[in-house]
Design a protein around this ligand. Structure first.
Ligand SMILES: [Ca+2]
Ligand SMILES: [Ca+2]
Length: 315
């Protein structure tokens, strides 16, 4: 074999090797991208299934609230069907967990403002006690009051237009009731940590400032009643699920309180506002849907809803 031929063969071998390598890379790349496409399509399908399942969970809760709204008792308590914690419901390849919370068991921060735009001192007292119970500085109530009241004069620890106009970017207090809970994050001093401490005891509702004493957490009741015998309160808390309060007088009698017509305007035994949380999982995707509803008799109206992004546990 001549030297020329050897060189030619060498070149051919290198070319072949190069071609094989490139082909291998292409095949691996194709297999990888097919796999990625498959995973993406698979997860997208699972997300869709989880999202539908979460909506079904919300619809289920709405159905339960509608049925309860049509009942003759006209009382909402922790013994009601909507309040009972259901185990996760298996549906097809997925699972959905539904929880209904009564928003009227919480302190409605919008109640701090009277319809004329001034501050309601009785509700302010309740809020101050609740803040102390939850380890939150009650001075933080002052920027909330300023956010709500119509004037531009700040409370001693509060904040009005002048403070908010100097922020980057500049904002302004609403000087009106809160529209959403998210708005609380715009108030001076209401950090995520503070809001976290209060999240299960305060709320923001358009109307109905009365607190449902059949569903209110113990701390909300303690804040509502400036003087209460703790033993009677504990007894009441154990009994109210089976024997709900029928009205303000019944409540005051059961807690050994003097009948007080002023306190009666703060108390309710039924609820118009609820939050439904549905957590759906279709492995490997989870999706949560949070919906605030208003119920009047059997009519349930959606006020707001929030979807958390699908969470993929693997893949
Ligand atoms: Ca103001
Ligand atoms: Ca003010």
């Amino acid at each position: 074999m001549t030297r020329g031929r050897v060189r030619e063969r060498g070149v051919a071998l290198v070319t072949t090797l190069l071609a094989v390598t490139l082909l291998t890379i292409a095949v691996v790349e194709f297999a990888y991208s097919s796999q990625v496409d498959y995973h993406l399509a698979y997860n997208a399908l699972r997300s869709l299934q989880a999202s539908s399942l979460a909506r079904s969970g919300v619809n289920l809760a709405i159905g339960v609230l509608q049925k309860d709204g049509g009942s003759v008792s006209n009382i909402d308590s922790l013994g009601d069907l909507w309040a009972r914690p259901l185990p996760p419901l298996p549906v097809g390849e997925g699972m959905v967990l539904v929880r209904v919370t009564d928003e009227q068991g919480k302190l409605n921060l919008n109640a701090l403002r009277t319809p004329s735009g001034t501050i309601d001192l009785a509700w302010r007292g309740v809020a101050e006690r609740l803040f102390v119970i939850r380890g939150v500085d009650p001075a933080l109530l002052e920027p909330i009051l300023d956010w709500l009241d119509t004037d531009d004069a700040p409370e001693p620890h509060g904040a009005e237009r002048e403070y908010y106009s100097q922020l980057t970017p500049p904002t302004a207090p609403r000087n009106a009731p809160f529209m959403t809970e998210g708005e609380l994050g715009r108030v001076k001093g209401l950090t995520a940590q503070v809001r976290g401490r209060l999240s299960d005891v305060v709320t923001v509702l358009p109307t109905s400032p009365r607190i449902n004493v059949n569903t209110a957490p113990p701390e909300v009741l303690s804040a509502l009643l400036s003087t209460v015998d703790q033993k009677l309160l504990d007894l009441f808390l154990t009994s109210r699920g089976e024997t709900p309060v029928r009205g303000a007088n019944d409540f005051q009698d059961r807690l050994g309180l003097l009948r007080d017509s002023k306190a009666e305007r703060m108390i309710s035994v039924r609820s118009d506002f609820f939050t439904i949380v549905a957590l759906a999982t279709v492995e490997p995707v989870s999706q949560a849907l949070t919906v605030r509803v208003k119920r009047q008799a059997r009519t349930v109206t959606l006020i707001s809803w929030q979807t958390t992004l699908p969470v993929t546990e693997r893949g």
